[in-house]
Design a protein around this ligand. Structure first.
Ligand code: ADP
Length: 168
């Protein structure tokens, strides 16, 4: 099991091998984490998305691109379920973490930073999103050694810390 550390901050600043993007099915950029990653990573991220994901990406799946100008080497894009659009299957949210770790293994990434997938515009309750993140990472077989769960604000930070505490 990798070490799982809650971190308070901006995912685009994380000094890791790969940062995970809470993307959307279209894979052409959006708001929240996705917008921040595309802004900070630069045009190379979008160009790679267009080239690698001409038909977009399915909910629960993950795939990688360059990280452009980010400190990380890769962006692993995953598409969380949109609760506001009626996608309330927690299995899809678990799949985001599992698939992202599989992609990280394909890349040989050892340190990976995740945001709270689906907990923003997609409306997943923070605590449930954080618990899903923590336990799915904990039970997934992976060569990743260092997982950071990045919280952007106070509420996310509380939820992340609670979720990681529940693992022990
Ligand atoms: P989704 O559409 O999957 O809900 P969002 O990007 O809207 O994704 O939000 C996911 C979570 O990421 C939210 O908790 C949001 O506050 C947080 N977030 C937004 N920007 C950043 C950032 N730059 N770094 C880390 N987390 C962020």
């Amino acid at each position: 099991m990798p070490s799982i550390t809650p971190v308070r901050g901006d995912i685009t600043q994380q000094d890791v091998d790969a940062v995970v993007d809470a993307a959307n099915n279209g894979m052409r950029g959006g708001g929240g984490v996705d917008g921040a990653i595309h802004r900070a990573g630069g045009r190379a991220v979008l160009d790679d998305c267009i080239q690698r994901f001409p038909g977009g990406l399915a909910t629960g799946d993950a795939g990688w691109t360059t990280a452009g100008q980010l400190p990380a080497r890769w962006v692993i894009h995953t598409v969380g379920p949109d609760l506001r659009a009626g996608e309330h299957d927690p299995g899809l949210l678990e799949a985001c973490y599992r698939r992202s770790l599989e992609v990280a293994d394909e890349l040989g990434a050892r340190a990976v930073a995740f945001p709270l997938v689906s907990a923003g515009a997609y409306g997943w309750p923070l605590r449930e999103a954080a618990l899903t993140a923590a336990y799915t990472v904990a039970i997934t077989r992976t060569d990743v050694t260092d997982v950071r769960l990045v919280a952007f604000d106070d509420d996310a930070w509380e939820s992340m810390r609670f979720a990681v505490m529940c693992l022990t």
